[in-house]
Design a binder for this molecule. Structure first.
Ligand code: ADP
Length: 741
């Protein structure tokens, strides 16, 4: 039962006559008279109610107040007094600052201050238990307005505060865990959230491939204990097969909670006395090990322990920590996936980079273009500087290629072609031109409309250059081989030509030497021999005239032979002289009327022609370039032969000429004995004759002279004949520019 003692500072009833004084008096009277009623009334409320007098002593307390203040009954509380509360409790304000007794609302009200409601944390110095209270105080004044009592109302808000604390813890954790993708820092931050709000220390372990587990975070509210805990775990590592502790939780994925750690428990998990002693030193009170479960796997554990705070970890805390562990585990798994993705991306990037490739994506509906950093590098712009619009994508395209690329993209989008391939040039900020090859794939949305074009760009500049180099090399090699073949061929040709030329030159040299020798000989012979020969001939003729018929018949015959020989030799020498003079005495080639040469030749032959009854028909002849004397000699020889080698019929001779281009071909035709084809060549050689001198007189030089004259005029001479019917001698000459007579 509750009771109110008379206020010690107010031994007798107040005498003041003011309204407040009266009220205070009335209150005191009310206490006196209505105590049973008041007691009964305040025993029913959950709020603690105390009445505090000016000397700070308590003059009223209800059972709830006694409970809140840690007293067994209101009577005990009234006896020990309000100040004693501080012997039992440590008190803190909402922000966790220790509170002095004079800061309590009741004290302040007594001191005449007005205070708002306060939320206080009471921490039992013996048990460590903590309670939260919302405390308000109201003054009771006397007639003079002096505060004589303070009425304190305490409401236990521990549950509310715990719920609030948990919610804010979860909210903070959620924020923290979603923000961070770095595994270890995430876990350390989580551990820091829990100490000291929920526990005195917190450790995080992760499952490992190589070792059973790995501690990644350890936070203790007392750094000195941190060292002790580390020593214990080093000295007494937990048995991976033990049916408790982190390895058990890692294996089973189920949490373990020991709300009240007893000596028996310690004895069961320790290995020896020293181990027990060290654990006792840690002063463990509660312990929980919670698995970090995500996506069906246990990734690690969260261990929470209380010691010096005497806080007790119960099912409520377990639920909270489990909830938190789920979030942490998800964050850990996300971090792991992110790291894996990052590694994969890095590998991908490295591969792309190595291949001078960069990924891109064009969100067609959102009109956004995204480039991987590698593509920015390819484009020669700083990482992260690509604007992201289609215009940005187009901006460094080579002006000559841009239309073609756009047409290609347009047709992919318009015709819903699944693939996009195009090769184009870009111009780098430094002006260099690179070749890119884009490969893309079109994605459609649910309605079948083009949604995105995703692909890779490859810098193919070097590849194209290499290909071009290779092609050029092949071309060059082929050209070189061809040139080499041609060179060899030419060299061979040149060599054979040179050889031929050398041979020719040698022949020509030999020939000209022999010609010169021959001409020299012919000249010497004809000229120098003429004089002695004339003497021989005239003396032989003298012999013949003077002694013919005076000696015997033999002598006459011998003399005749001698005369004959001398005459023949004279003829030979004259002919030889004529032959040698063709080359040495020739005149300049000038335009001459060929008919005049024919006339001269015929006039020289007049007697012969008359005697033989020859008929010579001369067709109109052109002007030619030549030596008139030599041409007359040439024609005289040919017409002379035509008469000499006549057949049964009187000679019929025709001289004619034909023209082809600048060349005049002259023909001397007869109806004589003709020539066998095998002699066509031979007859033009010097001293070559087909008949005996008895048959047809001659030296065999005539046609050689003809040949020599024609060749000096740059032409050639040949014969065609039908033996028994006649021969045609033809020779060519150059036509005179001052044409025809
Ligand atoms: P030659 O008249 O002194 O015998 P040529 O050199 O003039 O010497 O002629 C060589 C040979 O060619 C003659 O011996 C003759 O056999 C042959 N020949 C030349 N002209 C004629 C011709 N018009 N008809 C037939 N044979 C000819």
């Amino acid at each position: 039962m509750s009771m109110v003692a008379p206020p010690p500072s107010h031994p007798s009833l107040p005498t003041a006559r003011t309204g407040e004084g009266l009220a205070a008096e009335m209150l005191a009277q009310l206490f006196e008279h209505a105590r049973p009623l008041v007691d009964a009334l305040f025993a029913q409320v959950n709020e603690g109610v105390t009445v505090q007098a000016q000397d700070l002593s308590l003059c009223f307390a209800n059972p709830a107040a006694a409970r809140i203040m840690g007293a067994t009954s209101p009577e005990e509380l009234l006896k020990t007094g309000g100040a004693r509360v501080f012997e039992r409790y440590e008190m803190f304000d909402v922000s966790g600052h220790p509170l002095r007794p004079e800061q309590l609302p009741g004290r302040q009200v007594i001191a005449g201050e007005s205070v708002p409601e306060m939320v206080l944390r009471f921490r039992d110095r013996r048990t460590g238990e903590e309670r939260w209270n919302r405390v308000s105080a109201a003054p009771v004044r006397d007639a003079r307005g002096q505060v004589v009592y303070a009425v304190n109302v305490f409401r236990d808000v521990t549950e509310v505060m715990h719920t609030q604390e948990r919610l804010s813890l979860l909210a903070e954790a959620g924020e923290l865990l979603s923000a961070s993708l770095d595994l270890e820092s995430t876990l350390a931050a989580t551990a820091r959230l829990l100490v000291p709000r929920l526990a005195d220390w917190c450790a995080v372990h992760l499952a490992c491939d190589t070792t059973p587990s790995r501690q990644v975070a350890f936070i203790h509210r007392d750094p000195a204990k941190e060292e002790l805990a580390r020593r214990i775990s080093e000295l007494y590592p937990t048995d991976p097969q033990a049916p408790h502790g982190i390895h058990h939780v890692l294996r089973t994925g189920q949490p373990q909670l020991a709300s009240d750690i007893t000596d028996a428990m310690l004895a069961a998990v320790t290995q020896n006395e020293e181990h027990v002693r060290l654990l006792r030193e840690l002063g463990l009170r509660s312990l929980m090990v919670v698995p970090l479960n995500a996506r069906g796997r246990t990734l690690g554990t969260l261990t929470l322990a209380t010691a010096e705070s005497f806080r007790r970890l119960g099912p409520e805390e377990l639920r909270l920590v489990e909830e938190l562990a789920r979030r942490a585990a998800l964050a850990v798994d996300n971090a792991r996936l992110y790291a894996e993705a990052k590694r994969a991306q890095a590998r991908h990037e490295v591969a792309l980079d190595a291949g001078r490739m960069g990924a891109w994506e064009w969100d067609i509906q959102a009109e956004r273009v995204t480039w991987a950093p590698a593509l920015e590098r390819i484009h020669g712009i700083p990482e992260g500087s690509f604007g992201g619009s289609f215009e940005d994508y187009q901006s460094d395209m080579h002006p000559e290629d841009s239309e073609r690329v756009l047409a290609s993209i347009q047709s992919v989008v318009d015709e819903l072609q699944p693939e996009h391939h195009v090769q184009y040039r870009i111009v780098l900020p430094d002006g260099r031109v690179r070749w890119l090859e884009a490969h893309g794939r079109l994605t459609l949305d649910e309605q079948g409309r083009p949604s995105r074009l995703t692909g890779v760009c490859t810098d193919v500049t070097e590849r194209l250059a290499l290909e071009e180099d290779a092609r050029r090399l092949v071309r060059e090699q082929a050209a070189r081989a061809e040139a080499e073949r041609a060179r060899q061929h030419t060299a061979e040709l040149l060599a054979s030509l040179e050889k031929a030329q050398a041979e020719l030159a040698q022949r020509a040299q030999e020939l000209s030497r022999s010609n010169a020798d021959l001409e020299q000989f012919a000249y010497v012979a004809s000229h120098d021999l003429q004089e002695p020969l004339r003497m021989v001939a005239s003396y032989v003729q003298l012999l013949s005239r003077r002694y013919k018929g005076k000696l015997d018949a033999d002598a006459d015959e011998f003399i005749r032979y001698a005369v004959d020989g001398a005459t023949r030799m004279q003829a030979l020498i004259n002919d030889l002289l004529a032959f040698s003079r063709v080359g040495t005495r020739g005149k300049e080639l000038v335009p001459v009327p060929l008919e005049r040469s024919v006339e001269r030749a015929l006039s020289h032959l007049r007697l012969t022609l008359q005697e033989s009854g020859a008929e010579v028909k001369v067709e109109p002849l052109p002007w030619v370039k030549g030596d008139e004397t030599q041409l007359a000699q040439l024609l005289q020889n040919l017409v002379g032969n035509a008469v000499k080698f006549r057949g049964e019929q009187p000679p019929r001779i025709r001289v004619s000429a034909t023209r082809e281009d600048d060349t005049i071909t002259v023909a001397v035709e007869d109806n004589g004995i003709g020539i066998e084809p095998q002699y066509y060549e031979r007859i033009f050689a010097i001293f070559q004759r087909l008949h005996g001198k008895e048959e047809y007189p001659g030296t065999g030089i005539g046609l050689s002279i003809c040949k020599k004259i024609v060749e000096r005029h740059g032409g050639r001479i040949w014969v065609e004949s039908t033996p028994g019917q006649g021969s045609t001698f033809r020779f060519t000459l150059g036509e005179a520019a001052t044409s025809q007579a």
